[in-house]
Design a protein around this ligand. Structure first.
Ligand SMILES: [Zn+2]
Length: 179
């Protein structure tokens, strides 16, 4: 595949990974050194994101990554955690075999990933992505952290966002339902 940035024909493979239905290769252009990802077999399918305003846009790994990076800025995360999350989500999207996917589905996947990774990053991402109307919405999102925390324990990489206490009265019904 030609470099999507400069059109140069040659690239080297930096990383290669099996996904369900093919091989995902991280490549670097030998000319402009830009990095991009190819999917053998699945690449031809193409993946489009349907935005909130119904516009259709080709899926961009770089956009996904930069959104996650922004949320994780200056957070004490293990090396490579952000890239792994982006890679993971991307692989799952391609594995789904769909050619179109709603941006809100991707947003939810990022939220689910960040929730396990770092609560501050989760809140940051949620506040941008969910576009909270008021503090009640934000609180509901934080409550889901308490819910999950009761089952999974807090991420080990950070101090608790909220002091430890039993989330009494918080039940499954307190969880946010998406569509
Ligand atoms: Zn290039």
């Amino acid at each position: 595949m030609n470099c999507p940035y400069c059109g140069y024909a040659d690239s080297k493979v930096i990383d290669s990974r099996d996904v369900n239905d093919g091989v995902r290769r991280r490549r670097q252009c030998l000319n402009c050194r830009a990095r991009f990802t190819t999917y053998e077999r699945l690449q031809s399918v193409g993946l489009f994101v349907i935005k909130k305003d119904r516009r259709r846009e080709e899926f961009s790994q770089e956009k996904l990554l930069s959104g996650i990076r922004k949320a994780c800025e200056k957070r004490p995360l293990p090396t490579g955690a952000v890239d792994r999350l982006a890679d993971d989500i991307e692989a799952r999207l391609y594995r789904s075999g769909r050619s179109e996917i709603s941006s809100s589905v991707i947003g939810d996947m990022v939220m689910a990933g960040l929730k396990k990774l770092d609560h501050i990053a989760f809140i940051r991402f949620a506040s941008v992505y969910r576009d909270f109307a008021d503090i009640t919405d934000l609180k509901r999102e934080v409550d889901t952290l308490l819910d999950d925390g009761a089952e999974l324990g807090p991420p080990t990489s950070q101090l608790p966002l909220i002091p430890d206490e039993e989330p009494v009265g918080l039940s499954k019904s307190g969880q946010r339902r998406r569509r």
